[in-house]
Design a protein around this ligand. Structure first.
Ligand code: PAN
Ligand code: ZN
Length: 191
C-alpha cells in the first residue's frame, strides 16, 4: 500500500505532540477578545505573554472521506474567573462533525449552535469522549491544575472558521464560581 502520508504516528499525551508533525502555539496575546474580563486580560498580558495552548496536527489532503486529527494541550490557568480556553471555531465546511477524546488532565467542551440558542458544557478528560455534531461551534477549557490534553478527529475537508467566533464570541462562558466550573450566559456578566 502506498500513501502520501504515514498511517502510523507516535504521540505524547503529556507534551501534546505528534512526533514529526507541526505544533501551533497560541499565547495569551493571540487570544485578544476571547476572554470575558478585558481588564483581567490586559493585566495578565502586562505581566507577560504565557503559552495558553498548543495544537499538533496530523492533516491529510482534504479529500472526500479522509480524516485528519490533532492533539491539543491547554495549560492550566484563568483570566479573572474564566478558565484558559481555545479560540473555538465552526468548521468551514459546516456539516463536518468531530470526535474529541480526553487523554490527560480535566476540562470541558462548550458547544453552541449557530444562533446561540442551543448549548452544552460536556466533560473532557481521560475515559470521556465528546461528539461534536456538524454546524456546532466548539471551544475547550482546562478547569484543572495540570495541562489538559485531548485528541480531536475530523473530516479532512472540515477546515476552521474562526471569524464567526471573533465577531460574536460564544454566548456562554465557563467560569469558576464557588470553586467549581459553571456555565453562564455572557450577558449575565455585564449586570
Ligand atoms: C481541534 C482544535 C484545537 C484548538 O483540533 O483545532 O482544539 O482549538 P482552536 O482550533 O479553536 O484554536 C479541532 O476542533 N479541530 O477541528
Ligand atoms: Zn473542530
Amino acid at each position: 500500500m502506498e500513501f502520501s502520508f504515514p498511517l502510523a504516528t507516535h504521540f505524547d499525551p503529556v507534551t501534546g505532540t505528534i512526533e514529526g508533525y507541526p505544533l501551533t502555539a497560541r499565547r495569551l496575546s493571540d487570544l485578544q477578545g476571547s476572554f470575558a474580563d478585558e481588564q483581567a486580560y490586559q493585566r495578565a498580558l502586562g505581566m507577560g505573554d504565557p503559552l495558553v495552548y498548543t495544537v499538533s496536527g496530523f492533516e491529510v489532503p482534504a479529500e472526500e472521506g479522509q480524516l485528519s486529527y490533532a492533539l491539543g494541550l491547554i495549560m492550566p490557568g484563568k483570566i479573572g474567573q474564566e478558565y484558559y480556553l481555545t479560540k473555538g471555531h465552526f468548521h468551514a465546511w459546516r456539516p463536518a462533525a468531530e470526535v474529541y477524546i480526553g487523554l490527560a488532565g480535566e476540562g470541558f467542551m462548550l458547544l453552541e449552535s449557530e444562533d446561540g440558542s442551543q448549548n452544552q458544557m460536556l466533560p473532557l478528560r481521560p475515559h470521556h469522549a465528546v461528539y461534536v455534531p456538524g454546524h456546532i461551534a466548539h471551544r475547550t477549557v482546562n478547569t484543572g491544575s495540570v495541562p489538559l490534553t485531548y485528541v480531536g478527529v475530523y473530516p479532512a475537508q472540515a477546515g476552521h472558521d474562526y471569524d464567526a467566533i471573533a465577531r460574536k464570541n460564544f454566548r456562554h462562558v465557563i467560569l469558576e464560581l464557588d470553586g467549581k466550573p459553571s456555565m453562564i450566559e455572557r450577558s449575565e456578566l455585564l449586570r
